[in-house]
Design a protein. Structure first.
Length: 290
């Protein structure tokens, strides 16, 4: 130490009063409420599309939370206050309709709606994983005759809430590879595209948290015509596309038309990965753990 601070890393000397619990509380409150702290600086920056990723790629990283920290915070927020179940599908949505209609939650549905559910094929993986469900039920019922499909569904849904938080990051490597192909002329490393994909995915999760509750508050939503609801859906897609396009335009310094085209491709790949890869691995991992 040279004086009160380390001349190499800048850390303040640890004095006796710094070892007490009061000092720990003061540090927590100062980080949380200081307008110049990393947390609030990051919150303000995240509403400027592409700004955080640009700062990180330019080497200005100390003033903000790391991309991984941002993702973890948004991830927890999304799963604590879910407004969309696409990243945490319940058991009934993961299985074929001929099996899901046996669940108690569908007992009081009209016959027409039950028939629609029965004709559903479930997810892409359902044609193979349905056999797992039938075998698991047979194994459990051999040990406990009272074990039913509803019990299996409850076990799955309880485990899904925690496992899905860990698996959701699986989208990012695929999105990063897509960005590397889209912006190959940028001469950036895969790891840099990974950072962009991580921040873009986090921003989209946060946007979902903000936009979908607003749509749900539309008065008389249940009585609106199909045309108005379709317009609402297209408007949401346009908003997400504009958000991602603005990010790419700032980060990769490309034209607006190309950034918009890449934004549409980015969103399409995100949905494709979610439906074809993420849901399959999510179901397999959770099902093996229950």
């Amino acid at each position: 130490m040279r004086g009160d601070y380390c001349h190499i890393c800048g850390q303040k000397d640890i004095l006796d009063h710094d070892r007490r619990f009061r000092h720990l509380i003061n540090l927590f409150l100062s980080e949380l409420f200081s307008l110049d702290g990393k947390f609030w600086r990051t919150v303000k920056a995240i509403f400027r599309p592409g700004f955080l990723a640009s700062e990180y790629l330019s080497g200005r990283r100390t003033p903000y939370l790391s991309p991984v920290s941002i993702f973890l915070l948004v991830n927890v927020l999304y799963f604590v206050f879910p407004v969309l179940t696409d990243f945490d599908l319940p058991f009934s949505d993961q299985i074929p309709g001929r099996i899901s209609v046996q669940l108690e939650q569908f007992n009081n549905l009209p016959a027409e709606r039950l028939e629609q559910i029965r004709n559903s094929d479930g997810q892409l993986h359902s044609r193979w994983t349905a056999q797992w469900i039938e075998r698991r039920l047979q194994q459990r019922q051999a040990l406990d005759p009272n074990y039913q499909l509803n019990t299996l569904a409850n076990d799955y849904n309880l485990k899904s809430a925690e496992i899905s938080k860990l698996l959701i990051v699986m989208h990012v490597p695929f999105l990063a590879f897509a960005l590397m192909l889209m912006f190959w002329r940028s001469n950036r490393y895969y790891a840099e595209h990974f950072v962009v994909a991580l921040i873009a995915f986090s921003t989209l999760l946060l946007a979902i948290q903000l936009i979908f509750p607003i749509l749900d508050m539309i008065p008389l939503r249940e009585w609106l015509s199909d045309k108005i609801m379709k317009f609402s859906g297209w408007s949401t897609l346009a908003a997400f596309t504009g958000l991602v396009a603005a990010m790419f335009h700032r980060i990769y310094k490309c034209s607006l038309w190309y950034s918009t085209l890449c934004a549409l491709g980015f969103l399409f790949i995100l949905v494709l990965i979610n439906i074809s890869v993420y849901r399959s691995i999510q179901f397999a991992v959770i099902f093996m753990m229950i």
